[in-house]
Design a protein around this ligand. Structure first.
Ligand SMILES: O=C(O)C(=O)C[C@]1(C(=O)O)C=C[C@@H](O)C=C1
Length: 95
């Protein structure tokens, strides 16, 4: 039988992986901002937000996960990316 320590060690490993993935995702803000500035695009792209959120909800549905919770997580991830792009463009935390 698995001990609580073993399960917690597994949870910790997953948490570390998630932090690394969040770090990678936010790290792409610089590249995406550069492309947007070249193309004269706005930082907040509501159409793309929908694409990302719909994709996350579809994946969550396939795995029988709570879709509204997964959607909230991805809304936070998008917000973090938008905030980072504003920081990088020297605008601070504008909406
Ligand atoms: O794809 C982009 O244009 C991004 O800037 C990335 C991202 C995201 O985090 O997925 C963030 C902001 C945009 O509103 C849309 C999507």
């Amino acid at each position: 039988m698995t001990t609580i320590q073993e399960v917690r060690a597994e949870i910790e490993e997953i948490d570390r992986e998630m932090i690394e993935l969040i770090h990678r995702r936010v790290g792409l803000a610089e590249k995406v901002l550069e492309s947007k500035q070249k193309e004269g695009m706005q930082i907040n792209d509501t159409g793309q937000n929908h694409v990302v959120l719909d994709r996350a909800v579809d994946s969550a549905t396939e795995r029988n996960l709570d879709t509204s919770s997964v959607k909230e997580i991805f809304e936070i991830l998008i917000r973090m990316n938008i905030e980072r792009q504003h920081e990088l463009s020297g605008e601070g935390n504008l909406p």
